[in-house]
Write a protein that binds this ligand. Structure first.
Ligand code: AMP
Ligand code: TRP
Length: 344
């Protein structure tokens, strides 16, 4: 593909989180923490609460406004600054739905049929799920490309959706003979937080839909709950922590706990094992709990303070929507020209 080379716009980060249920440690280490680190490194970032995505599956209209505010509160509480970054709600900006329709006419059925998330969520009921659930990744491509975002921080589970966004960008550019019109956005996945596993089963990712609350640490958990969940986290009968990374093989639960320590501390896995190798879980788990609490407790407190002042969240979101609209509206205008739509 030559389109990446011929795209000459600025670097810009975009990411989204659905307002469905509690945020957990996987969302924090896989996504939110990266957003804040990128902001600190000076990247222009656009962060979206993706409520259009949330209605692809059954939802409760009475709860959605507060669920939306809760994700915004988490973004702000983690340190996204509404002056430096753009924090907003997807349905407040028309570009997303408009571009999604256009991309529906660019993406191919065969591409979407390969998406594993749709297969997982649709399960055996694939005939009965909404068309929106099937189309979900096309809307995701529209989210990113309405801002001509070049980089997308996400957890590993989003890799396939990002690949689809790249294909849609390339296909649009080719179909409309507009080389470099859209960038092919790159996923920013690497790092120890990319795939946080369940605390109860090292083969399953930490997820809001796991029926066991002990499987995850929620961002709203208090200190005691975090400590208790880490204490109860599954380990194995081998006992001590290994001295080197090789020793983690075949020990997924232990690997996950060491990975979480590494993600919080910013140390490599090797460095964590250099410190704790040979120690038992009676030593490691309390150290991990203390580290997790020292990072999460201030965020939880700030989140609670935001949730107690919804007007403050709404002001930030209003400002974010205006900024997002100002960036995306000219892109949509150019898209309309390229496609040949009537100009009023
Ligand atoms: P979602 O809650 O599904 O909208 O996910 C929001 C973000 O969190 C996405 O970037 C996901 O890739 C990321 N994420 C979700 N679960 C995990 C996990 N267990 N480990 C790492 N990242 C995750
Ligand atoms: N699909 C993502 C998830 O489930 C959420 C999302 C929607 C997103 N639009 C996006 C992520 C755009 C990155 C960029 O986690």
């Amino acid at each position: 593909m030559t389109d990446v080379q011929s795209y000459s716009g600025p670097n810009r980060v975009f990411s989204g989180i659905q307002p469905t249920g509690n945020l957990h440690l996987g969302n924090y280490l896989g996504a939110l923490k990266k957003f804040v680190d990128l902001q600190a490194a000076g990247w222009t970032g656009i962060y979206c609460v993706v409520d259009l995505h949330a209605i692809t599956q059954p939802h409760d209209p009475a709860l959605l406004p507060d669920q939306t505010r809760q994700i915004a509160a988490a973004m702000l509480a983690c340190g996204l600054d509404p002056d430096q970054s753009t924090v907003f709600v997807q349905s407040a900006v028309p570009a997303h739905a408009e571009l999604a329709w256009i991309f529906n006419c660019v993406a191919r059925m065969g591409w979407l049929e390969k998406m594993t998330q749709f297969k997982d969520k649709g399960g055996e009921n694939s005939e009965r799920v909404s068309v929106g659930l099937f189309d979900y990744p096309v809307l995701q491509a529209a989210d990113i490309l309405a801002y001509r975002a070049t980089h997308v921080p996400v957890g590993e589970d989003q890799q396939q959706h990002l690949e689809l966004s790249r294909n849609i960008a390339a296909r649009f550019n080719q179909q409309y003979d507009a080389p470099g019109f859209f960038p092919e956005p790159e996923a920013l996945i690497e790092g120890p937080g990319a795939r946080i596993m369940s605390l109860k089963d090292g083969s399953k990712k930490m997820s809001k839909s796991d029926p066991s609350d002990l499987s995850r640490i929620n961002l709203v958990d208090d200190r005691d709950t975090i400590a208790r969940k880490i204490k109860k986290a599954k380990t194995d009968l081998l006992g001590d922590l290994p001295e080197t990374e090789d020793g983690l093989e075949g020990r997924p639960e232990v690997e996950n706990l060491v990975g979480i320590y590494s993600a919080f501390s910013g140390q490599s896995v090797e460095a964590v094992l250099a410190e704790f190798g040979g120690a038992g879980f009676g030593t490691f788990k309390p150290a991990l709990a203390e580290l997790a609490i020292s990072h999460l407790a201030p965020i939880t407190e700030r989140m609670r303070a935001y949730m107690a002042d919804p007007a403050e969240i709404d002001r930030a979101l209003q400002k974010g929507a205006e900024k997002a609209h100002a960036i995306s509206a000219p892109v949509i205008k150019e898209v309309r020209d390229v496609i040949g739509f009537w100009k009023s």
